[in-house]
Design a protein around this ligand. Sequence first.
Ligand SMILES: NC(=O)c1ccc[n+]([C@@H]2O[C@H](COP(=O)([O-])OP(=O)(O)OC[C@H]3O[C@@H](n4cnc5c(N)ncnc54)[C@H](O)[C@@H]3O)[C@@H](O)[C@H]2O)c1
Length: 366
Amino acid sequence: MAFNNVYKNKRVLVTGNTGFKGSWLTTWLTMLGADVYGYSNNIPTTPSMYKELQLSTKQNHVFGDIRDKENLNKIVQNIKPDFIFHLAAQAIVSTSYNDPFDTITTNVVGTASVLEAIRNITWSCTCVLITSDKAYDNVEWIWGYRENDNLGGKDIYSSSKGAAELTIKSYWHSFIKTMPNIKLTVTRAGNVIGGGDWAKDRIVVDCIKAFSEGDIVEIRSPQATRPWQHVLEPLSGYLAAGQYLYEDKVTNGEAFNFGPKAELTKTVLELTKDLAVHWGLKIDDAIKITDSIPFEEAKLLKLNCDKALAYLDWHSTLNYEQCVKMIAEWYGAFYKESEKDMFAITVEQIDYYMVEASKQKLNWAY
Ligand SMILES: NC(=O)c1ccc[n+]([C@@H]2O[C@H](COP(=O)([O-])OP(=O)(O)OC[C@H]3O[C@@H](n4cnc5c(N)ncnc54)[C@H](O)[C@@H]3O)[C@@H](O)[C@H]2O)c1
């Protein structure tokens, strides 16, 4: 009875369902017995996890722009969801340098459209709004950021997430907190990795694409350090936050951070080498280090996840070895096996993750 069965037979709307995290979340919600609806403007990559898992046959999907508030409102009124998970965004840092305006409108105005639709809801609905660890004002300190630290962002992508947060905060205080039928939480996580991602300029994706084609992967900033986390870690956090909010076990209108164990803080080079080894390659044949840095990214930014532990009984589940192995196995099945059922493999990985979490006595996993 994972997540206390609160998602079973519920109508759940996932925005950004055709993307990397949205596809994993849709699969997990389907396993939990939810009736999943999706809203996204396109299928953002080729290949795509959404297509490979044939998720269009397992959920109701509508194509539409998140900024189109009339259309989104109409969809929400038609579906009457019990839960909304908002993930639709321009999520690529490098793209935000090429198209800053689109990034700002998608991430900020798009979030405002979702909030407008929430304002018009007349039934009970629990809303989980996904932003990013990059929403914090990164002052490059060594400590983990807490939910009450300042928001900000020097680059466009980060500022779009900070601005989305300020938009949520103002809608919450101005309108939503007095709506007795709405429960709302904001969730922040970053450096998410896992099988099924094909978005550009992400290190795991670059590695797997190169390895699968017999090419050498060129890595920039090999010593850049990130707290990597498998996609199932933040998703278990989003689902736990939704559950606890639905059950009135946490305060309405608050934010939660979700991050990995300290041992997952590794350099780009370490992660790349370990992926190469799991792929069955010799490191020298697989990796080339290059000096060129095409765009600036925020330096190390860690999250403090004490609040999630204290109020949601949530902490991350996987160790580093498990995380890398799961990624290599997912892509290994995709690229190396001729007869493969990627939906079944994804379900297996989610089942494995839930078993590991229940061994660690995490409440949500029972
Ligand atoms: N992947 C990460 O490392 C990471 C880290 C922190 C936060 N996030 C956040 O998590 C969420 C999901 O990220 P992801 O990695 O799955 O991204 P993704 O790029 O794989 O998917 C983005 C999704 O949003 C949809 N979308 C984009 N623009 C849209 C628009 N104008 N209208 C409607 N739909 C639109 C796409 O169709 C897709 O379904 C995003 O909010 C992202 O910012 C991701």
